[in-house]
Write a protein that binds this ligand. Structure first.
Ligand SMILES: Cc1ncc(COP(=O)(O)O)c(C=O)c1O
Length: 486
């Protein structure tokens, strides 16, 4: 039991008041056994006689029963006159700012974070929720074996404070993988292990953004990125995208003053557009001219279903202005909370200083399992299998959409990733909420495209994730959606 001295009166009276309060507030329930006097005396740093005095007084007033030696219990029936409800604190209005004030940063974060309204998963028979990879094909037996091995070893690698940059072994296998699979120009000295790409974005924002600085974002864009930049006090410069992703030539004039641009060139989030080489080179030329950094968020490029693989923009960068961000959330599972950054050399030290202040380092047991998982070849084998499975799910979704909706729905962004966008071209953007609500009432989770835009979307549109569903569920879900929407 936690006993805090309130500094008023002799110590035994302070303790007596605290315990009486705990009994009246129900923190100590009727019938509950009180700690032994000796234990409580040790915990509170007082003599055992003091505790005996406290218990005696509580007993005399009817708050506790029993005797020293036989145990002391909270009385089952408390004295009538004290049975008044004593609310611990007044009800807090959660929408109001905390009364004693919070920092400007916290206030921005509090206001920005309005979660996207989404139907409760519990009421959905078919949930096309975006962002979840399939769990069925995850090699859990292998993961469990590697976890058990590391836990058993409990080596200095996994039990002590470690380098904020991450375990050297993990950084090395990530660097090898990125060079091989994404042509990323890196060695382990510039690879930093982080708690998901969300932390990567936060670290970059803290490293590069002061309130009032401009940040170029795609419109539409990933909310997790927008929110980080807004919390940092950035002024967003939205740049329209088309079927080839971001076109820097069409960026507003203010883009010239941007410190940073955030892009998803390999599979634009959320539209899925793939940025062709000419636009990538134009983006890099813009970065050089305006002295800005480019964040390349390469969140799901492991899953490509056709066309030529596109190498990372970072691979084309000759001036050290691209910050590459990757994650294990789509290839493995999001609760793992492991992602990675490949930084231009001058940013390594400042980012590591902030990472150290923020959380010392990412949990090393998880890192060591992942290092084994990648290093022993399981990761790439799993990605290959998951890609095949996801390709089937994607085909099932495309097939069902074409069958049920015909030319009423235009699909965008289906050649990579774990989601696509279904545009209802003949319905205005404001209709999206109606479609989402009608679907939810019919037990189908579909997600509006609107929250990802700062401007008005071109028409009603839905974000449909498919990787966490079976082909049968996908087909049945779209058939039901067709019936629900008439
Ligand atoms: C564009 C984009 N980047 C990154 C992520 C992954 O974030 P994290 O690594 O923090 O789980 C997602 C997941 O939804 C995403 O859509």
């Amino acid at each position: 039991m936690f006993i805090r001295s309130d500094q008023a009166g002799p110590i035994y009276q302070q303790l007596y008041r605290r315990m009486r309060e705990a009994i009246l507030r129900g923190e100590l329930q009727p019938g509950a056994r009180l700690p032994a006097t000796r234990t409580l005396a040790e915990d509170a740093g007082v003599s055992r006689n003091t505790i005996l005095l406290v218990y005696d007084q509580l007993r005399a007033e009817g708050y506790v029963e029993g005797h020293v030696g036989a145990g002391t219990f909270v009385a089952r029936e408390l004295p009538d006159d004290v049975l008044r409800p004593a609310p611990r604190t007044a009800r807090v209005d959660e929408a109001a700012p905390p009364p004693l004030g919070i920092s400007a940063y916290a206030n921005r974060a509090r206001i920005i974070l309005s979660p996207v309204a989404a139907p409760s998963a519990a009421n959905l028979r078919y949930d096309f929720r975006y962002g979840l990879p399939g769990v069925a094909e995850f090699p859990r037996d292998i993961w469990r074996r590697l976890l058990a091995r590391q836990a058993k070893r409990f080596s200095s690698e996994t039990s002590r404070y470690a380098d904020p940059a991450g375990l050297p072994r993990l950084r090395q296998v990530i660097a090898e993988y990125l060079r091989r699979a994404r042509a990323v120009d890196c060695d382990e000295s510039r690879v930093i292990v982080v708690n998901g790409s969300q932390q990567a974005l936060d670290l970059i924002a803290r490293t590069l953004i002061d309130p009032g600085n401009r940040v170029l974002v795609e419109d539409p864009h990933y909310l997790g990125a927008r929110e980080v930049f807004q919390a940092a006090g950035a002024r967003l410069v939205p740049c329209p995208i088309d079927d080839d992703g971001l076109d820097i030539e069409r960026a507003p004039k203010a883009a010239g003053q941007a410190r940073l641009a955030y892009v998803t060139p390999s599979h634009q989030f959320p539209t899925g557009a793939v940025m062709p080489l000419a636009r990538r080179l134009a983006l890099l030329a813009w970065a050089r001219k305006s002295g800005a950094y480019v964040i390349e968020d390469d969140y799901d490029s492991e899953f490509r279903y056709g066309g030529r693989p596109v190498e990372a923009v970072q691979a084309l960068d000759t001036t050290g202005q691209v910050i590459y961000v990757g994650t294990m959330s789509k290839t493995l599972f999001p609760a793992l909370r492991i992602g990675f950054l490949v930084l231009p050399s001058p940013l390594v030290k400042p980012v590591l200083a902030i990472k150290h202040l923020s959380d010392r380092h990412t949990a090393t047991l998880q890192q060591s399992i992942l290092a084994d998982f990648i290093g022993e070849g399981y990761f790439e084998r799993h990605v290959r299998r998951a890609r095949t499975q996801n390709a089937r799910r994607r085909a099932a979704l495309l097939d069902a959409l074409a069958r049920i909706f015909g030319d009423k729905v235009v699909v965008q962004g289906s050649n990579a990733g774990l989601h696509l966008v279904a545009w209802f071209r003949d319905r205005p953007a404001v209709d999206t909420a109606r479609i989402v609500d009608a679907a939810a009432a019919g037990g189908i989770g579909v997600y509006p495209i609107n929250p990802y835009y700062l401007s008005e979307p071109p028409s009603a549109g839905l974000l449909l994730g498919y990787a966490a569903m079976s082909e049968r569920e996908i087909d049945a879900g779209i058939r039901l959606l067709g019936r629900v929407l008439g």
